[in-house]
Ligand binder design. Structure first.
Ligand code: SAH
Ligand code: SF4
Ligand code: F3S
Length: 470
């Protein structure tokens, strides 16, 4: 049987695209595997939002070349945003790849996979490859019992905002809102396939408008939350410019929403925001998040910040720090500015990269303090959260994500994967860390609003109290 390994870098748009590819391939007869050294076809779905994403992708292709040298029957495909950006230079730089598919050629790639399936026989992947040092990496697709519980559904492709640092509009094209009917069909299919949580994804999802009916994002959220079988709804990401009071009020009253709102700030300084072409001032941003807080007092607010943008002075950076110190954010994703080819900011006068690196360290010190404090507020509470799978560090522990997007890890006895069928866990939170919390499983439930069941049969080990599943 032909086998396929898909590795995904970058954001939820790529996750959603990889899932589409895995499903098309599975329907065409491929087995989806979680190790690159076991596959007949390898797909690398790439990102190019920062230089390190680009380097990582080329590094990975270099590793894959070793597999291909050992087994020339292997097909190697690169797709996603870097493939779109570098499609011409890739033919010289990685001539050994069998296919380069841009972001608008996903369907074509699905067709190509289907056309290849009969070329692979039943023989095991050649031993020479298996003997190579393990390559690491994690496959995406249909391999883990927990994966289908969460579905990312694209509601919007591309972006037309043209922030001066950002490559996304170049590699993904201008906004293209998907039809509500298509979104609806996809979500129903996901739920039929086991999805409990639906995350609507787009670069500025809050600007969504159904091309047929004009239904806005608040309307979309209400529609999705009311679909049968949908237990939780999340969305990523929103832009401050399109954040109306109507939408904030809708967040507060729509049932089943995850209580997490991601709103990128990027900088606390107005001259920098202007040079970034972010279309808001810091005063407007703060007014919006305070308004959000008045509608949704219990939600987590998360953000993105760039440091070391061209022209960012120490005083500009201090303004960013000052906003973070106010404690609005439950999590901050912080990045050193990375010049991207063809973007306006890449042509501005650049700072010494060491300045950006040093500012990132200082920012993270403040961020970590606030993140830890946010987690500490949860200690002693009981939460119901959706299982994610065995903890990567310790497969005897289950990892869950709360509705406000905090990871909690708790010990279980027996086979953790059994929890995939009763994936709602009630946990008591025992300790706070920077990465999340640790806790104790109190029980489980089949549905988000179902009564708690004991994790049966209960076997209490008095020396090390843990909940048994076996
Ligand atoms: N559409 C989303 C952002 C998507 S990209 C939004 O506007 O909210 C995710 C994050 O990557 C951005 O918010 C930004 O903080 C960061 N980013 C994008 N381009 C970057 C660059 N050239 N250098 C450093 N960080 C960048
Ligand atoms: Fe990039 Fe700005 Fe669009 Fe976000 S809104 S994807 S940062 S151009
Ligand atoms: Fe990266 Fe493309 Fe997403 S550049 S962040 S994978 S849209």
């Amino acid at each position: 049987m032909a086998s396929l390994y898909v590795e995904t870098h970058g954001c939820q748009m790529n996750e959603a695209d990889s899932r589409y590819l895995s499903e098309r391939a599975a329907a065409a007869g491929y087995e989806i595997v979680d190790q690159p050294d076991r596959a007949n076809v390898l797909i690398l779905n790439t990102c190019t939002v920062r230089d390190n994403a680009e380097k990582r992708a080329y590094g990975r292709l270099g590793h894959y070349k070793r597999l291909k040298d050992a087994d020339p029957t292997l097909r190697l495909v690169v797709c996603g945003c870097l493939a779109e950006q570098d499609r011409h230079i890739m033919q010289q730089r990685v001539p050994y790849v069998d296919g380069i598919f841009g972001t608008k050629e996903l369907r074509h790639l699905g067709d190509t996979l289907a056309s290849w399936v009969s070329e692979f026989g039943d023989e095991e992947v050649v031993e020479a490859r298996a003997l190579l040092a393990p390559l690491g990496g994690r496959g995406d697709g249909l391999v883990d019992a927990f994966t289908p519980l969460r579905a990312y559904v694209n509601v919007q492709r591309g972006c037309s905002y043209y922030c001066s640092y950002c490559i996304v509009p170049q590699v993904r094209g201008r906004f293209d809102h998907r039809l509500l009917t298509e979104i609806d069909d996809e979500i129903r299919a996901r739920v039929a396939g086991g999805a409990r949580e639906i995350t609507l994804v787009g670069q500025t999802v809050n600007a969504y408008a159904d091309p047929a009916s004009g239904l806005n994002f608040a309307g979309l959220l209400a529609h999705v939350a009311a679909l049968p079988g949908v237990e939780r709804v999340g969305f990523l990401t929103s832009h401050p410019k399109d954040l109306s009071d109507d939408l904030l009020a809708a967040l507060a009253k729509t049932p089943r929403l995850n209580q997490r709102f991601h709103l990128a700030m990027q900088s606390g300084s107005n001259p920098i925001l202007r040079k970034m072409n972010r279309k808001y001032t810091i005063e407007e941003y703060v007014e919006r998040i305070e308004r959000f807080r008045s509608f949704c007092p219990d939600w987590a607010l998360t953000t993105d910040i760039i440091v070391g943008f061209p022209g960012e002075s120490e005083a500009d950076f201090q303004q960013t720090l000052e906003i973070v110190e106010r404690g609005y954010f439950a999590q901050v994703y912080a990045f050193v500015y990375s010049p991207r080819r063809g973007t306006p900011a890449a042509k501005m006068e650049q700072l010494d990269p060491a300045i950006g690196a040093e500012r990132l360290t200082r920012l993270m010190e403040v961020v970590n303090r606030h993140v830890q404090a946010y987690h500490a507020r949860k200690v002693g509470t009981v939460v119901r959260a959706l299982a994610q799978g065995p903890s990567r560090k310790d497969p005897q522990r289950i990892s869950v994500k709360t509705s406000d997007n905090v990871t909690i890890v708790a010990p279980v006895h027996g086979d953790v994967s059994r929890l995939a069928s009763t994936p709602w866990l009630d946990l008591r939170i025992d300790a706070a860390h920077i990465w999340g919390c640790s806790g104790t499983v109190l029980g489980m439930a089949e549905r988000v609003d179902a009564e708690r069941q004991a994790v049966a049969p209960m076997v209490i080990d008095l020396l090390a109290p843990q909940v048994a599943l076996a």
